[in-house]
Design a protein around this ligand. Structure first.
Ligand SMILES: [Zn+2]
Ligand SMILES: [Zn+2]
Length: 117
């Protein structure tokens, strides 16, 4: 009897969402994700940066981002607080005159921001 023909475990990544609304996560998970994202911003080097990204990715349960980097929507039109793949081609970034504002794919579709002069 062979066990080799046993059904293969489906790829873990297929069922995971490409985007997660931070406000829908349980409070303690949201805190872990937010802390990791903030720590990543202050990371002194890439290794530490990606360590924190790993924590945020694992805790949130989001699908593995293309370049292992998450972005958090900072849209000023709706404050949606969506976490998404920083390299999602449907996402959008604009400048409000002071800083870069990342927008999740949903916001980029509904109300893309325009660069301020
Ligand atoms: Zn958004
Ligand atoms: Zn928005």
């Amino acid at each position: 009897m062979s066990v080799i023909s046993a059904a293969r475990i489906p790829s873990q990544t297929t069922k995971q969402p490409a985007e997660i609304d931070l406000t829908t996560l349980p409070e303690h998970i949201r805190q872990t994700v937010e802390n990791a994202l903030e720590a990543a911003l202050r990371a002194p080097d890439n290794d530490v940066y990606f360590d924190h990204m790993t924590t945020a990715i694992t805790a949130s349960g989001i699908r593995e981002p293309r370049n292992h980097e998450l972005a958090r929507c900072a849209c000023t039109s709706c404050y949606c607080d969506v976490l998404y793949d920083a390299d999602d081609p449907d996402a959008w970034t604009y400048t409000d005159g002071v800083r870069e504002v990342p927008q999740c794919p949903g916001c980029a579709d509904r109300h893309p921001g325009r660069d301020a002069e």
